[in-house]
Design a protein around this ligand. Structure first.
Ligand code: NDP
Length: 288
């Protein structure tokens, strides 16, 4: 291991942007991803608010990945299940292998918030993955944020009919709401207290009610530094960082949706990744 290496866990916009910055600073940078390169960005059917880019999430991911590889970043598939302290930095358990790094960036993003529904009908959390299964069917979308409304638009173009229900008024941005309302095969119900009658009529159900941070990896490593869970995670499970995106553990950084204060936009995640990489460079090279 060089004393100049960075392991990035996750491969969304925060992770890849950080990797580009770090690699261009001369840091030996490897991105580890257990699923799809690009994370949840790959599941977004249409991105309209990323400056300089409109199109499918997977296209933006392909651009980011190509740019990172040109900058010298290595990508490796594998699940990081543990981070351990070592004499010269950290050891990461990636599947069955132990790899070393002098700094670690946790950019693991978030995972879908799930919902217990009393039904045997199929429940999906990914529109891009499962929409083709419902081509001539009636689907129900539960949720009222940008994800639910944005993905309902994609469904409206694919399936027979879309019914969107939310427990309160929609909170998605107005432009998205207006776009969804323009589809003739779509109905929207707000302030719904009982989803059962809607579930009854649907062929399939998409639950899009937000996400929760995928922050579990930080717990064990915090204990190795005699830190309590509350030193590294806030009450909602987001990773707490100080200046330069560093956690209370020297050498462990966080960026993107997993970090406390994230605004959960692809563009702000990318900016957060850049900030983290600048902090990592300072940490590794003791610069002001
Ligand atoms: P949000 O948290 O914005 O919305 C969640 C929705 O689900 C709300 O309508 C909420 O209702 C409802 N909800 C939450 N919990 C429950 C529950 N237990 N039972 C029933 N309903 C529930 O999540 P999103 O995934 O839509 O968006 C997350 C973030 O990602 C946002 O900041 C959003 O702007 C961003 N985003 C950005 C995109 C982009 O950059 N293009 C695309 C998609 C999302 P209530 O309002 O009552 O809490």
């Amino acid at each position: 291991m060089t004393k100049n290496s960075l392991a990035v866990i996750g491969s969304g916009p925060a992770a890849i942007t950080a990797a580009i910055y770090a690699s261009r600073s001369g840091i030996d940078t490897t991105v580890y991803e257990r699923g799809n390169i690009g994370g949840s960005l790959t599941e977004i059917a249409h991105i309209a608010n990323f400056p300089g880019f409109t199109g499918k999430g997977e296209e933006l991911v392909a651009n980011l990945r190509a740019q990172a590889q040109e900058s010298g970043v290595s990508f490796k598939y594998g699940e990081c299940t543990a981070i351990e302290k070592s004499d010269d930095g950290f050891k990461l358990k990636i599947d069955d292998e132990l790899v070393s790094a002098s700094a670690v960036l946790i950019a693991t993003g978030s995972e879908p918030r799930t919902m217990e529904l009393d039904t045997k009908k199929p429940i999906s959390y990914c529109v891009l993955c499962d929409a083709p299964l419902y081509k001539d069917k009636d689907v129900l979308v539960i949720g009222g944020g940008n994800s639910a409304v944005g993905e309902a638009i994609h469904l409206a173009e694919t399936v027979k009919s879309v019914t969107l229900v939310n427990r309160s008024p929609l909170r998605a941005e107005k432009a998205l709401q207006d776009k969804l309302k323009a589809y003739k095969n779509t109905k929207i119900y707000e302030n719904v207290s009982d989803f059962a009658p809607f579930i009854e009529k649907a062929d399939g159900i998409f639950v899009l009610i937000g996400k929760q941070p995928a922050s579990g990896l930080i717990k064990d490593i915090a204990a190795q530094f005699d830190l309590a869970e509350s030193d590294v995670l806030d009450d909602c499970g987001y990773i707490i960082t100080k200046d330069n995106n560093m956690t209370k553990i020297p050498g462990i950084f966080a960026a993107g949706d997993v970090r406390q204060g994230s605004t959960k936009q692809a563009v702000t995640a990318a900016a957060d990744g850049a900030e983290a990489a600048i902090g990592i460079n300072k940490f590794l090279h003791c610069e002001d």
